[in-house]
Ligand binder design. Structure first.
Ligand SMILES: [Zn+2]
Ligand SMILES: [Zn+2]
Length: 364
């Protein structure tokens, strides 16, 4: 597919017809590295981005493994990946918000633009959402196309590799913001990339005390570096009562659940003091059996589901976070591999020592 009529491109930038990309070539586990993938065309309101770095996240692993969720949702043939930073190389004729040459990251959730939710500031939970790398072609490729309004020009003070993390940073900031942590004690269950970012974001947003859990000591050490006052091994039998003690008072006032593990969901809700608030972002692999009467109803717990990022309130918030008290994101980027070594990169993703694995695509 070639560029739409009227698309503007810089005269100095040569855009080829074909590109290297990771595609879901068949309804089976794995991805295919394909150098002959057509460079996506763009519509009048879209931009084409040359990808420098792309991050592998849990969603990508589900698609790689071709689990029941992916098999039911992801169209065979698409290019996967949704976390990236790159440079705009072409813009549609109607685009005014970004220019060729801008460095951008992207909001991967594309709302329909005309439903009630899209029109009232909640496009992130649009019932007809299209997600890049899930429902349409994504960024594990030399080029990705997306609507101009989804392209986020990254502030110049943010290093390239950090700018590739805007999406998970946004997840963390959105969750912590929904959790309403200011002046409150917070329990973060699960210290993976988003959990660790949530610890730092909770500090930024004024939590009085932060307790973090995980089953890996080096992640707990990072949690302390990112601002946790106390850390607990979630595989210690007494962690729920320890979490209550460590949070002080009657237990944490806020739970930010990042693991999706049933023990963390159930234990986290049990640790929460009465009248507490829980923001749930970690995706359980299967339904979790909860004693609603004890865990939620009698305690007067407020449960909030958190999906994606608010468009674009969260993105502004992330930028202020990075400008004022940035956590050391280099500590989270444990591996950077070229696109063609994707099999190694995906294998690393399942290992405890790996946090964020980046694919290096067009970057020098
Ligand atoms: Zn992601
Ligand atoms: Zn919509």
């Amino acid at each position: 597919m070639s560029l739409a009529a009227g698309a503007k491109r810089s005269s100095s930038l040569e855009i080829p017809q074909a590109m290297a990309a990771l595609r879901k070539a068949g309804a089976a586990p794995g991805l295919t590295f394909d150098r002959k993938t057509p460079v996506p065309g763009i519509g009048p309101a879209e931009v084409l981005v040359a990808v420098d770095y792309a991050g592998i996240c849990g969603t990508d692993k589900h698609i790689y493994d071709w689990d029941p969720w992916s098999a039911a949702r992801v169209p065979v043939g698409i290019v996967t990946g949704h976390e990236f930073v790159g440079r705009v190389v072409a813009i549609g004729a109607a685009v005014r918000s970004v220019s060729v040459g801008d460095r951008v990251s992207g909001e991967g959730h594309i709302g329909c633009g005309h439903c009630t939710l899209c029109r009232t500031g909640s496009a992130h939970i649009c019932p007809s959402i299209d997600i890049i790398g899930v429902d349409r072609d994504g960024c594990f490729a030399e080029y990705v196309a997306l609507p101009a309004e989804n392209a986020w020009p990254t502030a110049s003070f943010v290093p390239d590799r950090w700018a590739a993390l805007m999406d998970p940073l946004g997840n963390a900031v959105h969750a912590v913001s929904e959790a309403q942590v200011s002046g409150r004690s917070v329990l973060v269950t699960g210290s993976g990339v988003i959990g660790l970012l949530a610890v730092a974001a909770a500090r930024f947003l004024g939590a009085s005390r932060v307790v973090a859990t995980d089953v890996e000591d080096h992640r707990l050490e990072l949690a302390r570096r990112f601002g946790a006052d106390a850390t607990l091994r979630a595989d210690d039998a007494g962690w729920v009562s320890e979490a209550r003690r460590a949070a002080g008072g009657d237990g944490p006032e806020v739970l930010v659940e990042m693991s999706g593990h049933p023990d963390a969901v159930i234990g986290g809700l049990a640790a929460l003091r009465n009248g507490g608030r829980a923001a749930l972002l970690g995706l359980p692999a299967r339904p979790v059996a909860l004693d609603l009467a004890e865990a939620v109803i009698f305690k007067g717990t407020t449960l909030v589901g958190v999906n994606g990022r608010e468009m674009f309130a969260t993105w502004y918030e992330v930028e202020r976070f990075l400008a004022s008290s940035p956590p050391d994101l280099d500590a989270l980027i444990t591996h950077v591999l070229p696109l063609e070594r994707y099999e190694e990169a995906f294998a690393l993703g399942g290992r405890p020592e790996a946090l964020k694995v980046l694919l290096e695509i067009g970057a020098p």
